[in-house]
Design a protein around this ligand. Structure first.
Ligand code: MSP
Length: 513
């Protein structure tokens, strides 16, 4: 059976250059994309930019530039960031592209044909920063300003003719769907929030705006532009050539396996999007996962709060893989996390330089000196060796299962523990004291190298370049990395050359060390 996997990031607003929060969503998505790839899946990984709506129109006006030119420029910084982050995205969609416009208008027509749209008038609150409509109960007053309670972003009053989507009629079908598909929304706490919101009653949703023009025109009435969220959400299928549902790429990848998003945009993905799809009779994505926020102090990092940490600056200072490792390990997946340079430096020194880098150097240096620089032959595993080797084989399916449940924390803990155990194994076995028992010496070296190989394979989705650098020890190339092979305890072929490699991670000198 073909194993296909489709993962998406949110498409980012090109209203300002990318920050650490955006980098976080993308790096996590890349982790899953890479893992699935080495586990034999045919992966489609989509990211891109969300370019319509009042937020972008105003940002361009403020700069005094043409809106599309403004988008071209900032969208490019997001595209460049994808490369800087070493993402394996297979496509980058911009909502200003024609392929996308066609799809959105087609979806609109489907919704209209299925009697889900009517023309009326919207009078209520709107947050341009969130591009969201809020009810009176969702608003609070602070220092004389009206704010959305959830995001603390300012709201303004809107009073204009608008098309509405009959969201209220999907309340019951959505609740049924959540019940029949308990894994659709994750993590669990977020699912409960969504369910109670839906249970509190859904009102019909305004899905067009008339007072500005930066958007996709409503088919048949170009005085209106389509609501930016209906436009943006469609990217997940427009990139698969929707409405060409017989198209190979659509057939292969829809429904998506995971929409990975930040928890701030859960309502759009777990309520509006599935309701639009149900109404258009399009299958629903398999999972929506709302991860936590990168905080700055106690607050969400965001442009409007002016507390941005620039991923490029961190990468310039420490390198990409340390940042990827840090974000994946230290921000407990699903929860909010604070990013601190001290913790990042600790991670580099203890996990990456000491536990991984140093292990690679020690065992290769020892093998080059004592095993003629070749993968040793004449080996015989004892219980100590098998205990540490078999851990991978015994957990092969469990790890896979955890990944399917998006339990990233389990994956990284498994690696960190294995690194500790391997360092301990190498020290306890003292191969340097086994020079008169060559078979034992060879076996310890083989076992340690084999574990370095397994761990490097597992590290590939997290720190791809460093994993490849480590695998140069064995001349293993990227396309040879295969998850299932971590269960093979005799993957390394006797007699193959062991290569000396450059230092993988430089230790950071800390001021108070
Ligand atoms: N354009 C919409 C998404 C449309 S998807 C059909 C949008 N864009 S955004 O640029 O404001 O944010 C997109 C995503 O960036 C968030 O959902 C989240 O995944 C990520 N983050 C933005 N700030 C973040 C943090 N401070 N921390 C972690 N991720 C955050 O919303």
């Amino acid at each position: 059976m073909a194993k296909n996997f489709y993962i998406t990031t949110p498409i980012y607003y090109p209203s300002a250059k990318p920050h650490m929060g955006h980098a976080y969503s993308s790096i996590i998505a890349d982790f899953f994309a890479r893992f699935k790839k080495i586990d034999g899946f045919d992966v489609n990984f989509l990211t891109g930019t969300d370019e319509h709506g009042l937020k972008i129109q105003r940002a361009a006006e403020k700069k005094g530039v043409d809106t599309l030119k403004f988008c071209d420029e900032i969208s490019k910084t997001f595209r460049d960031l994808s490369k800087t982050l070493n993402l394996t995205n297979t496509d980058f969609i911009r909502t200003t592209e024609n392929r996308h416009k066609k799809s959105v208008q087609n979806l609109w027509e489907k919704l209209e044909q299925n009697d889900n749209i009517y023309l009326s008038k919207y009078s209520g609150w709107y947050s341009v920063s969130d591009e969201a409509f809020y009810s009176e109960e969702e608003i609070e007053e602070f220092d004389g300003n009206k704010l959305a309670k959830l995001s603390k972003s300012p709201v303004e009053w809107v009073d204009e003719e608008s098309y509405f989507f009959k969201l209220s009629k999907w309340e019951k079908p959505l609740l049924d769907y959540y019940e029949k598909n308990p894994d659709f929304i994750a993590p669990k706490a977020r699912k409960n929030e969504v369910i109670s919101f839906v249970k509190s009653g859904l009102k019909d949703l305004s899905i067009s705006r008339k007072s500005f023009s930066w958007g996709i025109p409503v088919p048949g009435n170009d005085e209106h532009v389509i609501y930016v969220w209906l436009d943006a959400l469609t990217n997940y299928i427009s990139a698969l050539n929707y409405p060409e549902t017989k198209d190979e790429i659509y057939e292969k990848y829809w429904p998506a396996d995971i929409h990975l998003i930040g928890k701030d945009i859960l309502r759009f993905h777990a309520i509006y999007w599935p309701a639009f799809l149900l109404a258009a009779k399009i299958p629903l994505p398999k999972k929506v996962y709302g991860h936590g926020w990168i905080l700055s102090g106690d607050e969400k990092m965001s442009k409007s709060k002016g507390n941005i940490l620039d991923p490029i600056e961190i990468i310039d200072q420490y390198g990409l893989d340390p940042l990827r490792y840090y974000l994946i390990k230290e921000v407990s997946f699903g929860n909010d996390g604070n990013i601190s340079q001290t913790r990042l430096e600790d991670c580099i020194n203890s996990d990456l330089a000491n536990n991984f880098g140093n292990l690679c150097q020690r065992v290769t240096a020892f093998a080059i000196k004592n095993c003629e620089g070749k993968i040793p032959s004449n080996i015989e595993f004892n219980n100590d060796d098998l205990k540490i080797l078999d851990k991978f084989k015994n957990n092969l399916d469990l790890i896979r299962d955890k990944i399917d449940k998006l339990d990233l924390n389990f994956y990284i803990e498994f690696i960190v523990n294995s690194l500790f155990e391997t360092n301990k194994y190498f020290n306890d076995q003292e191969p340097w004291n086994k020079k008169d028992d060559i078979k034992r010496l060879n076996t310890i070296v083989y076992t340690t190298l084999e574990i370095v190989r397994k761990i490097s394979f597992m590290l590939y989705p997290i720190i791809p370049q460093s994993s490849l650098n480590a695998l140069k020890i064995f001349s293993i190339k990227e396309n040879e990395i295969n998850y299932t092979s971590i269960s093979n305890n005799e993957y390394l072929l006797n007699g193959n050359t062991i290569n000396k490699i450059d230092i993988l991670f430089k230790k950071i000198e800390k001021k108070n060390d």
